[in-house]
Design a protein around this ligand. Structure first.
Ligand code: DC
Length: 206
């Protein structure tokens, strides 16, 4: 694959889209951009005291290397700055340029198939029940020694879903032509295999 080829993978928190995106990019030799990291980087800068729009407009590649981007505080801060239209606008060009890079790209996020890359060659919407997603996130957090209970993680997941799906600007929803993968009852291997099979079918279409 040499020319631009964009795979958009959207879905709610902890549905497995990050894992699937990384595996798809590795298997097919594509670049991968986790667009949630951009919002997390803006979010943590607001926790440092910056105004959200200023933080988004001045985002640097070092901001994306910070080691505090993965935790629950960064996630909630990201979801809060992500409702602001000017924050989203400041991040569009970078995402679109990445999407059209030579050799092809996988972007995962919330609005890739609907707003950032409506022309993407493949659009997947990866989802799972809130309970299954909370349990996965709880196990991940427990493994890193974080003390939230399962109930707290579920409340966090639901609060973020509610904010991401009900915002006016680029709300989380499947593009009309997205293929939905529900990972509630799938292993990681099964979910990745489904995604790759769908992409390969699409690549073979004229
Ligand atoms: O994918 P993630 O959990 O790292 O995303 C963190 C937050 O960033 C998410 O709750 C909403 C926001 N986000 C967004 O609004 N649009 C994207 N394309 C990616 C993330």
């Amino acid at each position: 694959m040499t020319g631009p080829f964009t795979i958009a993978i959207d879905g709610p928190a902890a549905a497995g889209k990050g894992t699937i995106s990384k595996a798809v990019a590795a298997a097919l030799g594509l670049g991968h951009l986790d667009t949630g990291l951009l919002y997390r980087a803006v979010g943590v800068k607001t926790l440092d005291g910056l105004a959200p729009v200023d933080a988004a407009q001045a985002l640097t590649s070092e901001d994306l290397q910070r080691d505090d981007l993965r935790g629950p505080e960064a996630a909630q801060a990201a979801s809060k700055v992500a409702v602001i239209a000017e924050v989203r606008a400041a991040l569009v060009d970078f995402q679109r340029a990445f999407a059209r890079r030579a050799g092809g790209a996988v972007l995962d996020g919330r609005d890739i198939g609907t707003v950032i890359c409506p022309q993407a060659e493949v659009k997947l919407f990866v989802t799972a029940s809130a309970e299954v997603r909370a349990k996965r996130r709880f196990l991940e957090l427990s493994a890193t020694g974080q003390a939230d209970t399962l109930e707290e993680v579920l409340a966090d997941v639901k609060a973020r879903d509610d904010r991401d799906m009900n915002r006016a600007e680029a709300p989380l929803k499947p593009a009309p032509d997205a293929v939905v993968i529900d990972t509630s009852d799938l292993s990681i291997e099964q979910a990745v295999a489904q995604a790759i099979a769908l992409i390969e079918t699409r690549q073979q279409q004229p």
